[in-house]
Design a protein around this ligand. Structure first.
Ligand code: UN1
Length: 491
């Protein structure tokens, strides 16, 4: 099947270059994705621009009605969408369903915003004058999304964008275009006016660059690697774009000596090996108090034996493949880094190729211990099922080690001591903090994003997402019948 761009409410007939989309669990070709050119970006931006003026005039609660319809259709198609997602991305079907649910939740949540989109009224310093600030749409927005959450992340960006009166152009990752294609069908079925939602498939270097450089694209929202995010920010800066970035993480679970260790093990397993470790929120460090280190190690090793690895479509499988060969190579290279840095490899560390796994991209869940906090293994994002145990002597040291990385997305602490917990919540330098839970599992009605190298101050999802897609407009209405000069006629 050859996918097609969705522009101005129409399926294009693109005849240029295509790339193959592979199922990471089996290696089979699922579809072909267009590698679009500037021309397709140009026509999508022009369709989006044309539609935006009218879309902005549709009352926000009516714009929201389309999102309720989107939610309803996604709910109806949930199983189908989850199956497609698992096939193209590899995550296990249970997580595929969870991700689609995240999109449904986001649709309902942002549809609700259509009846709020609160502005503010503020007293004027002058008599008989009314002052308010309202959220105004910005125009055409460009969305660049990654392969690890092919649908959820796109909904965090596109739904607030449209409820606020913008139109969008979405470039999904070339590894996972099928979910974008499915979402285009959902938008079509929901009756979204032509040009409000546009999807252009292709590479970051061509389509992404053209979007960022286009004068009619006013906002760029990007989720992906820190490396690519920096280039997006640089290019966006040169064109004075508002750029919202969500990038890498090197998230840690802190396990204190008073923690419920069995619960900590469950939290670590789920957040380190779920999605085969390919979440920007994935736990890739465990910072453990020295008094419970040995016991935690043993419990983790025992629990890891129960992890089943295979094709995510199989309901009994807990861990699916990683996305592609390049990812396998990167993960394998970090195993070598860990060994050369003197870390102790306790489990995993190899690719899995036996029997049915032979054609897929499978990497064994891996546990390193005795990892030095400042080693590359402990500092760099691996994006695979690899966890590093780092021993500490106190809560203060744990927090310091947590904060020593250049990223600041998610963190977690397992402790039964309320004093330690509150101190950690205050001092952990991350955008998301969990207590007695792993580092993953963000809910869509809270802001999602991080500090330091993870972001640039913006947030996806939650009410904070509206700040990315709206401009504050301050309005002063003078009903005194005379000219009143601010700062001067106030005596
Ligand atoms: C990501 O890894 O890019 O909190 C997003 C979570 C998910 C979203 C992760 N709800 O892990």
């Amino acid at each position: 099947m050859q996918l097609q761009n969705y522009i101005g409410g129409k399926w294009q007939n693109y005849t240029g270059e295509f790339a193959a989309v592979l199922n990471p669990a089996t290696g089979e070709e699922l579809a072909q994705v267009p590698l679009s050119t500037n021309e397709e970006v140009e026509s999508a931006v022009s369709a989006a621009k044309k539609a935006q003026k009218e879309w902005a005039l549709v009352p926000a609660p009516k714009r929201a009605d389309y999102l309720y319809e989107v939610a309803r259709i996604m709910k109806e198609k949930k199983e189908h969408l989850a199956q497609v997602l698992t096939k193209e991305m590899g995550k296990v079907i249970e997580e595929g369903r969870g991700e689609v649910q995240e999109g449904i939740d986001m649709a309902y949540y942002m549809a609700g915003e259509g009846r709020r989109l609160f502005g503010e009224t503020t007293p004027s310093e002058l008599a008989n004058k009314f002052a308010m600030s309202v959220r105004a749409p910005i125009g055409v927005v460009g969305l660049i999304t990654p392969w690890n959450f092919p649908v959820a992340i796109a909904t965090w960006k596109s739904f607030p964008a449209i409820v606020a009166g913008n139109t969008f152009l979405w470039k999904p990752a070339t590894e996972t275009p099928m979910m974008a294609y499915e979402m285009a069908k959902v938008f079509e079925e929901a009756g979204l006016p032509p040009g409000v939602a546009n999807i252009v498939f292709g590479s970051g270097s061509t389509v992404g660059t053209a979007m960022i450089e286009h004068p009619d694209v006013k906002v760029i929202s990007f989720t992906g690697s820190t490396e690519t995010g920096k280039s997006v920010a640089e290019l966006g800066g040169r064109h004075l774009k508002k750029v919202s970035l969500e990038m890498g993480g090197k998230n840690a679970v802190i396990v204190m000596d008073d923690a419920d260790l069995d619960l900590a093990v469950e939290g670590i397993l789920w957040s380190a090996f779920g999605t085969a470790g390919q979440r920007c929120t994935a736990c890739s460090r465990v910072i453990v108090h020295k008094d419970v280190k040995k016991e935690l190690e043993q419990k983790l090793l025992t629990a890891m034996e129960g992890l089943t690895i295979g094709n995510g479509l199989d309901e009994s499988v807990k861990i699916g493949p990683v996305i592609n060969e390049k990812a396998m190579e990167k993960i394998a290279s970090y195993i070598e880094v860990g060994k050369s840095e003197g870390a102790t490899l306790l489990a995993g560390g190899t690719s899995l190729t036996d029997g049915e796994l032979a054609n897929g991209q499978y990497f064994a869940p891996t546990l390193f211990s005795d990892v030095k906090w400042d080693s590359r293994l402990a500092q760099e994002e691996i994006f695979g099922p690899v966890v590093s145990l780092i021993e500490v002597n106190s809560l203060e040291e744990a927090i310091e080690v947590n904060n020593s990385v250049k990223y600041g997305l998610s963190s977690s602490i397992f402790s039964r001591d309320v004093n330690k917990v509150f101190r950690a919540v205050r001092d952990l330098d991350t955008g998301i903090v969990y207590v007695n839970a792993g580092t993953t599992g963000a809910e869509i009605h809270l802001p999602f994003g991080g500090t330091k190298g993870t972001g640039n101050g913006h947030r996806d999802s939650g009410v904070a997402a509206l700040d990315v897609y709206t401009e504050w407009k301050s309005v002063y209405i003078d009903y005194s019948g005379k000219l009143q000069r601010a700062q001067i006629d106030t005596e």
